[in-house]
Design a protein around this ligand. Structure first.
Ligand code: SF4
Ligand code: SF4
Length: 159
């Protein structure tokens, strides 16, 4: 895990909004390798989405109240050392647009307006690694079906 990708000082007062409002946020996308790295004992926690092309990706099931399965009762992620790339780079994300890939930000995250340059640069690297883990149509399928906040994101300028 990239230790610089921590927004802890913002996340503590926020109480993990992004991990427990599934109807607003959706679910992170995971590759098969990420699911394997999290461990077999958690295989029941994931839903495998298979496209007609045969390509696939995984999303995380939620507990009651829209809480991510991995969110503890104390509001911490219990897989800190194996966190999905998609969680590490949040609230930033690359999406496909008419002009290619574009960086977007979830303005609903209280930390969104306070990100320092180091975080942004590391998050961009992580977000690029994430998008390249999937072919374009697979990633777009996830964007359209599980990345709810990406429906109305703020487009990042040149940063
Ligand atoms: S919404 Fe933003 S500030 Fe709140 S827990 Fe998530 S990353 Fe942290
Ligand atoms: S895996 Fe961890 S960081 Fe990601 S949504 Fe779930 S609890 Fe939050």
């Amino acid at each position: 895990m990239n230790r610089s990708l921590s927004l802890l000082k913002h996340c503590m007062p926020c109480e993990a909004r992004c991990c427990k409002t599934s109807k607003l946020i959706g679910s992170p996308i995971l590759s098969e390798n990420e699911v394997k790295a999290i461990g077999k004992s958690y295989s029941h926690v994931f839903k495998k989405v298979i496209l007609p092309s045969g390509k696939s990706y995984y999303v995380i099931k939620h507990r009651g109240g829209g809480r991510c399965f991995f969110l503890s009762s104390k509001g911490r992620c219990i897989i800190q050392d194996r966190k999905p790339l998609d969680c590490l780079c949040y609230p930033l994300k690359y999406v496909y647009s008419g002009r290619g890939m574009q960086l977007v930000i979830d303005e609903g995250c209280p930390a969104a307006a306070k990100l320092d340059n180091k975080f942004v640069e590391d998050a961009k690297t992580t977000a690029m690694k994430l998008i390249k883990n999937f072919d374009k149509s697979t990633y777009i399928h996830w964007l359209n079906n599980y990345a709810y906040w990406c429906k109305k994101p703020k487009r990042f300028g040149a940063r």
